[in-house]
Design a protein around this ligand. Structure first.
Ligand code: UT7
Length: 330
């Protein structure tokens, strides 16, 4: 989609729980090793939320940082969208809890369940309210407590995931050139079951059996997702640039979903993007789903890797299967 919307990221924030879980610690739970994990995924360690923490508390920390960065107070927020697949409760929405925690007005607040693509989708969706003058300042959050849905007995998944939150405040651009230039969002529901949580929903309500059979944890066909991811990440990167009429060479920074270093390297290499232009933090945080691009964008801004006028693209894919991209001139 060619967008050309005059919407800017006014501020960003992130929160990472303090507790670090190393690969050696993972090897105490399942039959794996530091070398295998590093070689196959690029992950050295991940974070795990601790006592007193939840998706909402992590989202709150990241949001407060984003609000401060944007110079916006909670009562100036007109809409809150939280991308998450690990809400504190089935009901109410995490965004509603966050609204009260932050002390915002009674503004609309809802969750977006698009898994790892959720933050990119939420930004695209939220920007439409800004473009249409239905909201001035929108808080967009990606927050995940993935270790609560990770089966620590399944070596094919447990080594991958970590907990984190990232947030951004978006608003109408204060500088003419700052724009959301192009984006993509899509889903292949025909491959929904490649990543799923079979139990605990309306189809298989929580019961002793669903718990005994570990159906309340995330199940994934890793290799099939891997193949999809490499192809899809490359094509949305290239196609989004084409839709905006910019060359891939002109990109200053790629902020990819941190799912697997091999997926990121393969997609970027095929697209002709050198790794110096790619945000990588999977070594430190693992895969934090909807928080992944949000944290990546925030850290890149903090590290001074993004300057006025740069072209920055986020690319993500995840359960659904879903995918999303957003190309911005910042
Ligand atoms: O953001 C959500 C989207 N999800 C993803 O992006 C995940 C995409 N998939 C992947 O990143 C990779 O498929 C994995 C990292 C999950 C697995 O790597 P792989 O190279 O695709 O391994 P595999 O599943 O094909 O398994 C190869 C072997 C198997 O053993 P056998 O059957 O060949 O004897 C697995 O049992 O590696 C074994 N294995 C492990 N060995 C040590 C799987 N997980 C582990 C492990 N440690 N943690």
């Amino acid at each position: 989609m060619k967008l050309g919307w005059p919407v800017e990221i006014a501020g960003t924030g992130a929160y990472l729980p303090e507790r670090v879980v190393t690969n050696d610690e993972m090897a105490q739970y399942v039959d794996t090793s530091h070398d295998w994990i590093v070689q196959r995924t690029g992950i050295h360690e991940r974070r795990r939320a601790g006592p007193g923490e939840s998706t909402v508390t992590m989202a709150k920390h990241a949001s407060e940082a984003a609000l401060a960065d944007a110079g916006v107070t909670p009562d100036e927020i007109d809409l809150i969208v939280v991308a998450t697949i690990t809400p504190d409760y089935q009901l109410p929405a995490t965004a509603c809890l966050l609204q009260a925690e932050l002390g915002c007005r009674w503004v609309p607040a809802y969750d977006m369940a698009a898994a790892c693509s959720g933050y990119v989708w939420a930004l695209i969706q939220a920007a439409q309210y800004v473009v249409n003058d239905l909201a001035q300042n929108v808080l967009v959050v990606g927050a995940e407590y993935l270790t609560t849905i990770t089966d620590m007995q399944d070596r094919g998944t447990c080594i991958l995931f970590g907990d984190a939150a990232g947030a951004a405040v978006i608003r109408r651009s204060q500088v003419a050139d700052r724009r959301m230039l192009a984006g993509q969002w899509g889903a292949d529901g025909y491959r929904s079951m490649l990543i799923n949580i079979p139990g605990g929903g309306a189809k298989e309500p929580a019961s002793h059996r669903t718990v005994d059979e570990r159906l309340h944890f995330m199940h994934m066909k890793g290799r099939e997702v891997y193949k999809f991811a490499v192809t899809q990440m490359h094509s949305i990167l290239v196609d989004t640039c084409a839709e905006a009429g910019v060359s891939v060479d002109d990109l200053k920074l790629v902020v990819p979903h941190q799912s697997n270093l091999r997926i990121i390297e393969s997609a970027c290499k095929r697209a002709g993007v050198p790794m110096e232009k790619v945000v990588v933090n999977i070594n430190r945080y693992g895969n934090s789903s909807a928080a992944s691009c949000a944290v990546g964008l925030h850290e890149a801004r903090q590290e001074g890797r993004i300057q006025e006028g740069d072209l920055v693209i986020m690319v993500a894919f995840g359960a659904g299967l879903t995918w999303g991209s957003l190309l911005m001139r910042v």
